[in-house]
Write a protein of this length. Sequence first.
Length: 112
Amino acid sequence: MPKVTFIMTDGSPKEVDAPLGWSLMEVAVENKIEEIEGACGGAMACATCHLYVHPDWQQKVIDQDNEKCDEEEDMLDLAFDIRNNSRLGCQIKITKALDGLVVALPGTKTEW
């Protein structure tokens, strides 16, 4: 099963199992990562699953049929602390190629 590392707001990593086909939002909620709410259930109607994709993984995420659409961009405008690598977790589906993916929670101090 693929692994995803969430960088928590205090900078600590939390590595979790990520079932194939699940969204990052579903993975976070299942693993009780409280900062990721997923209030709309993945309908891209809120920004409560906002996170940052590590720069080393941005293109790999896109290459797995996880492109950022205009609707996602519009929703991100409502989120806290938007960065160039901001994404909605509900729009990123886990594939084998994303094993090892690293993402950070909103507000996390990162060097990336």
